[in-house]
Ligand binder design. Structure first.
Ligand code: PLP
Length: 360
C-alpha cells in the first residue's frame, strides 16, 4: 500500500535520539535550546518556543495573548479540530468563517461578515501547506488592534510573498506530529517577533514559573523533551529537501491528472505552497463518488484520506448555532487527499495518476 502520509526518518534521527538517551538528560535541555534557535532562524523570527504539540502551541499562544471567557476568536470552518478546540480551552468561543473554494483557506469576505466587537483575535490556518491570505487578514486585525495568529501546523517552510510563514502574524503555531512536513514524534513550536509574548508563552508552558519555583500564574506542562528536539534538529536540516520533493510530486499531479469531474488544488498568487497534503475534489460530474474513488484506489494499493469529512461548525460539540458555512460543507463532501509525501517514488506517482485517470 502506498500510504497517504509517512514520516521520513533514518539513522540520523535514531542516532540523535540515542545520543540524548545515552546522556541521561531527557527533559527539556540543550537540544531544545538549540532547536528553538534553529527554528527561529529558519522562520526568520526573533523568538521560538518549543512545546509538546501543535495544540499546546495554539493554547499557550491564546493564553499568552490574554484571551479568555466571553471573548470570540475567528477561525476557519474547514480545518483540523485543534484550531478551534484551543480557543475553547481558554474559555473563549470560536466563531467560524467560511472558506474559499480554490484554496480551501479562510475567506476574507467571510471574516468581514462574522467579525464583531467581541472578536479578540483571528486565527488564519495555512491549510494543507498553502499560506492563507495573510495581508488582508493583517489589515483587518490591524484596524481593530487585535492579534493575528498563524496556524502553521501544516505549513513548515511555506512562503507568502517571498517570506516564510510563522513570522507574519503576532505569532505562528507549528505542529511536529509524525505526518507533518517535519516531525519530532509529537511536538510543536510558537514563533513570534514579540519578546513579551515569547516570555509569557515560556511562563505558561512551564507551570507559570517566572523563575525556578516562583509561580506567577497557573500554567501547564507543555514542554518539549530533549529527545524530541534532537529529532527535530535533524528533521529541520532536511525540511527544504522534503518540501522540494513534495512540490515536485504536486507539480507532477498538476500536469498528469486529467479526469472528468476531478478538480486539482488551486494556488493563490504569492503563495509558496509546501503541499502537506495534495487534495483533489471529486465533483458530481465524476462518474464515481468521492468515497467510491477512495475505495477503488485502496483496492489498487493507494492510500487516501478525507481531510476533513465534517466541517467544524457541524461538529456535535459546537452545537446547532455554530454558523452557516456552505463552502466548507461542500468541500467536506468532495475532498480526497492523495499521497504527496517525500517518500512517494516516481513510479508510484505515475501509477497514482494512471489509476485516477482510468477510474475517474
Ligand atoms: C491545522 C492544524 N492545527 C493544529 C493542529 C494540532 O497539532 P497537534 O496534533 O500537534 O496537536 C494540527 C494537527 O494536526 C493541524 O493540522
Amino acid at each position: 500500500m502506498i500510504p497517504v502520509a509517512r514520516p521520513d526518518l533514518d539513522e540520523q534521527e535514531v542516532e540523535a535520539a540515542a545520543r540524548v538517551i545515552r546522556s541521561g538528560m531527557l527533559a527539556s535541555g540543550p537540544n531544545v535550546v538549540e532547536f528553538e534557535a534553529a527554528f527561529s532562524n529558519y522562520c526568520r523570527t526573533a523568538h521560538a518556543v518549543a512545546v509538546n504539540n501543535g495544540t499546546a502551541a495554539l493554547h499557550a499562544t491564546l493564553l499568552a495573548l490574554g484571551i479568555g471567557p466571553g471573548e470570540e476568536v475567528i477561525v476557519p470552518a474547514f480545518t483540523f479540530f485543534a484550531t478551534a478546540s484551543a480557543v475553547c480551552m481558554c474559555g473563549a468561543r470560536p466563531v467560524f468563517a467560511d472558506v474559499d473554494e480554490d484554496t480551501f483557506n479562510i475567506s476574507i469576505d467571510a471574516v468581514q461578515e462574522v467579525i464583531s466587537q467581541r472578536t479578540r483575535a483571528v486565527i488564519g490556518v495555512h491549510l494543507f501547506g498553502q499560506p492563507c491570505a495573510i495581508r488582508p487578514l493583517q489589515e483587518i486585525c490591524g484596524e481593530r488592534g487585535i492579534p493575528l495568529i498563524e496556524d502553521a501546523a501544516q505549513a513548515h517552510g511555506a512562503m507568502y510573498h517571498g517570506k516564510k510563514v510563522g513570522g507574519w502574524g503576532t505569532a505562528g503555531c507549528f505542529s511536529f506530529y509524525p505526518t507533518k512536513n517535519m516531525t519530532t514524534g509529537e511536538g510543536g513550536m510558537v514563533t513570534t517577533n514579540d519578546p513579551g509574548l515569547a516570555e509569557k508563552t515560556r511562563e505558561i508552558i512551564n507551570h507559570g514559573q517566572a523563575e525556578k519555583y516562583l509561580h506567577v500564574s497557573i500554567g501547564y506542562n507543555f514542554r518539549m523533551s530533549d529527545i524530541s528536539a534532537a529529532i527535530g534538529l535533524s528533521q529541520l536540516a532536511k525540511l527544504d529537501g522534503f518540501n522540494s520533493r513534495r512540490k515536485e510530486n504536486a507539480a507532477f499531479y498538476d500536469s498528469h491528472i486529467r479526469a472528468p469531474g476531478i478538480v486539482l488544488p488551486g494556488t493563490a498568487p504569492g503563495a509558496g505552497h509546501v503541499y502537506h497534503q495534495y487534495v483533489i475534489r471529486v465533483r458530481d460530474e465524476c462518474r464515481l463518488s468521492r468515497d467510491q474513488l477512495a475505495e477503488i484506489l485502496r483496492e489498487k494499493g493507494i492510500g487516501t484520506a478525507v481531510h476533513y469529512p465534517i466541517p467544524l461548525h457541524k461538529q456535535p460539540v459546537f452545537g446547532e448555532c455554530a454558523g452557516h458555512c456552505p463552502m466548507a460543507e461542500k468541500l467536506a463532501g468532495e475532498v480526497l487527499s492523495i499521497p504527496v509525501h517525500p517518500l512517494v517514488t516516481d513510479d508510484e506517482r505515475e501509477y497514482i495518476c494512471r489509476c485516477i485517470n482510468e477510474v475517474g
